[in-house]
Design a protein around this ligand. Sequence first.
Ligand code: ADP
Length: 480
Amino acid sequence: MSFLEYAPAPESKAILNLRDSYGLFIDGEFVDGSGKSFTTISPADESHIAEIAGASDDDIDRAVTAARRAYDKVWSKMSGRDRGKYLFRIARLVQERARELAVAESLDNGKPIKESRDVDVPLVASWFFYYAGWADKLDYAGLGANPRAHGVAGQIIPWNFPLLMLAWKIAPALAAGNTVVLKPAETTPLTALIFAEILQQADLPAGVVNIVTGAGATGATLVRHPEVDKVAFTGSTGVGRDIAKAVAGTNKKVTLELGGKAANIVFDDAPIDQAVEGIVNGIFFNQGHVCCAGSRLLVQESIHDEVIDRLKTRLSTLRLGNPLDKNTDIGAINSAAQLARIRELSDIGEAEGAERWTADCAIPDKGFWFAPTIFTGVEASHRIARDEVFGPVLSVLTFRTPAEAIAKANNTPYGLSAGIWTDKGSRILAVADRLRAGVVWANTFNRFDPASPFGGYKESGYGREGGRHGLTAYLKGAAA
Ligand code: ADP
């Protein structure tokens, strides 16, 4: 028994108003799909949530045609001010239905309710509020003489932040005047479908946003559709590569936000307790299903043992279990397939000679779970130092000098994010300047704000989302 025992504090599911089955959202209506339907389950106990329509090639064509028609007839003719009003309305409705969205997200994804309630859903609303404010200012923001939308955007999102990734995609696209066909991930379609209900509530003109559900093949069809002018993708580097190939030689514009293997660098002058909190937040937030997760801890050799000791003590206090319990810190792994991948890479880490430590916590009988795990003695050549695990697994490496820290941090095919922990502002600036990563956090980690651009170097993809930069991807001829 641990020092502090908590009574269960489950969030009620009574606020949900789920249907038994969901169709595709095309041209403002839920319609039947003609592809193979599938079930979405709760990864915490493998229970059935709802039956989800599968979109066939014909369905994708219907959705893209609806988006094109809405673009030509309505959305491209509407003033930025009026587009902004719709975005403000959507943002307010997200706030009104925030609790319902948070419960649905935790149920379908497995993430702790305190994260979906306090991080995901508030950020979703803030993304719509932020881009609502841009919609009538495009002409005055240095985005070119007459910034114009591309037309129809085909958007494909992953399962780790289902509703937040939807907001990152849809809010700037609509603010810039594009219409949208979006495909959520097959394991987490629920909140995108509730969002479709919100669009109906907001009276968004039919066809401006269409939501098509299905697996990878559905995404591949959407990317290839000749009437899709702009493709935006967040997901794995492998699929990103396929998408880049599929659009090569066409006029389609593409942005890709792919994997990462971020270095979180702790210098010997860092405030250690804060750094330990930052390390925990960096890799154990959202079960490590975070593309910008601080999955490689680079710790200065002289403080290695102290940091690792305190980290283990801290990890032993984390509570793993029911995602809907308000006390839960670590929720379920999103799918059996992802759990298998985490297990495989962790076994490889052990076989390669790194030392494995796992927090001692009870694992529920049903569902997909992986206890917080640390590997020490990791070398830069190990697979657990190079491959994205996308799970609650931290690889620890050491360094002696700032130059060595920078060289090790940059020794990765990825370049999405990084973290620096030190007492000295000058060191933060000097090190940040030399890190090849799209986002560098200093004395914090995993902070998101709609005004701040996010994106990668190298195999982490190209293009930026968020901020004014995020608009340029949805406008013709606009330079970041
Ligand atoms: P992960 O490895 O994080 O599951 P994926 O890259 O496989 O990420 O999936 C991210 C999204 O891309 C999902 O919505 C998935 O259905 C979709 N997807 C998978 N394969 C393809 C493909 N070949 N073309 C387009 N989209 C795809």
